[in-house]
Design a protein around this ligand. Structure first.
Ligand code: 5GP
Length: 195
């Protein structure tokens, strides 16, 4: 059986990756599965362990790091996040296409260390730095220094867009999601034709 694709959606914090991912999963019948990450952050209201994330302690996360269980892992706003390697491999070996929605540091690790065929990387780009700033500032819960740090990080992350196979501008969620679904559909077709 042909190994499934590894589809990576990434982009700076605040660009709207989560919203685009949710849109794609609720509006498409594309045959792919979402890879559930492990995290040390607390579940938010309505989040389900094993569906949204595997919620684990710092100790358990570190054990997984030491046992080399992650395809990639990174810290984000004081918490750790990682993609379980064995689960992704098992799904891909069953011929399933696996979708990761991860922050830029982790995506860079995959793109640097796993230069295998079958990886499709998509960078979600804000329409402008001003738009990113407005989105980050829109989260009114954060102090000014944190907002400035996030923006600085976002500016650095945008400079890595050239590492990805595709850059999609998130002007409107529907447009960006449709473009991403078209990219994935084409790649799935190509993957089949190579059989
Ligand atoms: P949240 O806590 O809001 O669910 O996610 C915070 C950030 O972590 C988002 O940018 C999300 O894409 C990213 N993220 C979620 N899972 C993973 C993962 O397994 N690895 C990495 N590197 N980032 C992740």
């Amino acid at each position: 059986m042909k190994k499934g694709l590894l589809i990576i959606l990434s982009g700076p914090s605040g660009v709207g990756k989560g919203t685009v991912r949710e849109y794609i999963f609720s509006h498409s019948n594309l045959p792919f599965v979402y890879s559930v990450s492990m995290t040390t952050r607390e579940p938010r209201n309505g989040e389900v362990d094993g569906k949204d994330y595997y919620f684990v302690s710092d100790e358990e996360f570190q054990r997984n790091v030491q046992n080399n269980n992650f395809l990639e892992h990174a810290s984000f706003v004081g918490h750790s996040y990682g993609t379980p390697k064995d689960k992704v491999e098992a799904l891909r070996n069953e011929g399933k296409h696996v979708f990761l929605e991860i922050e830029v540091n982790g995506a860079t690790q995959v793109l640097t260390n796993h230069k295998e065929p079958g990886v499709v990387s998509i960078f979600l780009m804000p329409p402008s730095l001003r738009a990113l700033e407005n989105r980050i500032k829109g989260r009114k819960t954060e102090p000014k220094e944190i907002i400035e740090k996030r923006l600085e990080k976002g500016r650095r992350e945008i400079q890595l867009a050239g590492m990805y196979d595709y850059v999609v501008i998130n002007d409107r969620v529907e447009n960006a999601s449709q473009k991403i679904m078209d990219i994935i559909l084409n790649k799935i077709k190509e993957n089949k034709e190579e059989d």
